[in-house]
Design a protein around this ligand. Structure first.
Ligand SMILES: [Ca+2]
Ligand SMILES: [Ca+2]
Ligand SMILES: [Ca+2]
Length: 315
């Protein structure tokens, strides 16, 4: 190794130069410093160009220093360095750009997240409102259905009542017509006085049989309400049964409709319930006698006696 270091260096290299348009070969001496070689470093004796040294012709040896910008490798290195610098600047620019984009994107993501959260919250509120509205709508629908059902029922009841009213009006009109006809003409054997019709029998019966006959005619034994009616009946000049009796309770006189007697047209000393004479028996029914005065003509008599009778029908 030491032999190689201290060996005679090959000082001759052939290089090509361009001088004044001619290609000349020169011998370039390259000196290598032994100290430099020891340190592992190399140095090169630079060439001496034709411009700085006299042209001694082929075979001359010179020590020259070549300027780096004139060396293709130097220019290439410079270009490469510039390219690296530009590339590095580009990378840094890209990094800064994407860093800003990342920051902006992060801010936008935060804003979007906030907006998303807000919208989600509003959506929940809207959903709650929607559910409440749906519930209220269902309740209203139920109320509406109930009211509709009740309305239909009322409508049905109204229709039925209207129908019944029409039927009653028709019946009323029919009855009114019949009444009008009845008022115009009395049934055969009946006579009218004031607001009643009166039927005077042509045969005689007991008080009970007489009343049954009146009921079969749609009437009842006469009820005397005042002086005029009493006088009218007296003037018929018949001993007749009237609808008054104390058969339920002795001395308590009641009309056949159950009303108590208020004004009696007795002649003295009637009513005597037979006057204590066994042959008269119990006297619980009332007749109008014709041998007395019109307003003092009543006598109580045994209900088993046979007399004419008077039926009354109020019209
Ligand atoms: Ca009467
Ligand atoms: Ca009596
Ligand atoms: Ca009597």
């Amino acid at each position: 190794m030491s032999e190689a270091i201290y060996a005679e260096p090959d000082m001759t290299k052939k290089v090509k130069f361009i001088n004044r348009g001619e290609m000349k070969e020169r011998i370039v001496d390259i000196y290598v410093s032994a100290d430099t070689l020891r340190d592992g470093e190399t140095s090169t004796k630079r060439e001496e160009t034709a411009d700085t040294a006299p042209n001694n012709g082929p075979g001359d040896q010179h020590s020259v220093h070549i300027q780096w910008w004139r060396r293709p490798s130097g220019v290439a290195a410079v270009c490469l360095g510039l390219l690296c610098v530009l590339l590095l600047a580009g990378i840094i620019g890209q990094a800064v750009y994407y860093s800003n984009i990342s920051k902006n994107s992060s801010a936008e993501i935060d804003q979007l997240q906030t907006s998303y959260n807000t919208i989600t919250k509003e959506r929940g509120q809207l959903q709650t409102s929607y559910n409440n509205l749906t519930k209220e709508r269902d309740q209203l629908q139920n109320s509406y259905n109930t009211i509709t059902k009740e309305r239909d029922q009322l409508q049905t009841s109204y229709n039925n009542m209207t129908k019944e009213r029409d039927q009653l009006q028709t019946e009323r009109d029919v009855l009114s017509g019949r009444l009008t006809n009845l008022k115009k003409t009395c049934p055969e054997a009946w006579q009218k006085f004031e607001s009643s019709w009166y039927f005077l029998s042509t045969e005689t019966k007991t008080w009970k049989e007489s009343r049954q006959d009146c009921l079969e005619r749609g009437a009842d034994l006469v009820i005397i309400d005042g002086r005029n009616e009493q006088t009218f009946l007296f003037n018929l000049k018949k001993r007749v049964w009237i609808g008054l009796t104390d058969s339920d309770s002795e001395g308590t006189w009641k009309w056949v409709d159950g009303t108590p007697l208020t004004t009696g047209y007795w002649y003295d000393p009637q009513p005597d319930n037979g006057g204590g004479k066994p042959e008269n028996g119990e006297e619980d029914c009332v007749e109008i006698r014709t041998d007395q005065s019109p307003l003092k003509a009543w006598n109580d008599l045994s209900c088993a006696e046979n007399l004419h009778w008077i039926c009354e029908k109020v019209v």
